[in-house]
Design a protein around this ligand. Structure first.
Ligand SMILES: C[S@@+](CC[C@H](N)C(=O)[O-])C[C@H]1O[C@@H](n2cnc3c(N)ncnc32)[C@H](O)[C@@H]1O
Length: 233
């Protein structure tokens, strides 16, 4: 990673360190507006789609203050939470002292040795909109190849829209709430991943939140090499 990117990641990480202290409260008070409309339902939907069961191994990417991991732990799952913010991790530790946690930047070239094992489920909530589409694909490829157990699945809740038209409509309708980040659209995600042989299921939960269930193919190729990507805007 270049020095410039390192500086940018450091700045982002510091932002999350600060936010950790008010995050849960902020989410609670903005459940009716963008981007947290549907947040609680999204947590539940990820948990349901993961079919969490006692003893199941789960990797929670961007664990934050532990709201998704809490549901999984309550179902008896063995969860490893990853986050680059030490303050977010400290909040999770207060809530779920038994949870295994690792501090790591998911955009880094090198990943922590703690992330060299496989999990029956890989889950995430409200993280991936931080990453440009190509970075999303890189992380998905990486965890599919290195971290997902055979017959496992990846379940991701996030800020996402059915189509670019829906995204633009919400952007126009809510100028005061809107923040420019890297929001998914189900149409583009499906098109690219299905071209690469992945199975993609999608459910819209609120006007701005939804859940993806991804199952990679057995003959996994690097999503960065999908030719279709080159003609995307
Ligand atoms: C909006 S919070 C969501 C937290 C939690 N999953 C939830 O549902 O409330 C995003 C989390 O992802 C973490 N994060 C953002 N970028 C990251 C990166 N590059 N590597 C690891 N964690 C990251 C942040 O520190 C933060 O805790």
């Amino acid at each position: 990673m270049s020095g410039e990117n390192n500086d940018k990641q450091e700045e982002l990480r510091e932002g999350f360190d600060e936010w950790a202290h008010t995050y849960d409260q902020d989410v609670q008070t903005s459940m009716d507006s963008f981007p947290f409309a549907g947040y609680s339902e999204t947590l539940t939907a990820v948990w349901q789609q993961a079919e969490a069961a006692p003893g199941m191994s789960v990797l929670d990417l961007g664990v934050g203050t532990g709201n998704l991991s809490k549901l999984l732990v309550e179902s008896g799952c063995q969860v490893l939470g990853v986050d680059f913010s030490s303050e977010m991790l400290a909040k999770t530790r207060e809530k779920l002292p038994q949870l295994a946690l690792v501090q790591a930047d998911l955009t880094a070239e090198e990943w922590s040795p703690a992330l060299t094992r496989r999990f029956e489920r890989i889950v995430s909530n409200y993280l991936f909109h931080e990453f440009p589409f190509e970075t999303k694909l890189r992380i998905l490829s990486r965890v599919a190849r290195n971290n997902l157990a055979p017959n496992g699945r990846i379940v991701i809740g996030d800020i996402t829209f059915p189509s670019a038209a829906d995204l633009n409509r919400v952007r126009m309708e809510r100028p005061d709430e809107w923040e420019e980040e890297f929001y998914w659209t189900a149409e583009k995600t499906r098109e690219v991943l299905e071209t690469a042989g992945w199975s993609v299921a999608y459910g819209q939960i609120s006007f701005c939140a939804g859940v993806y269930v991804f199952t990679p193919p057995d003959n996994l190729t690097d999503l960065g090499n999908v030719p279709y990507l080159r003609i995307l805007p």
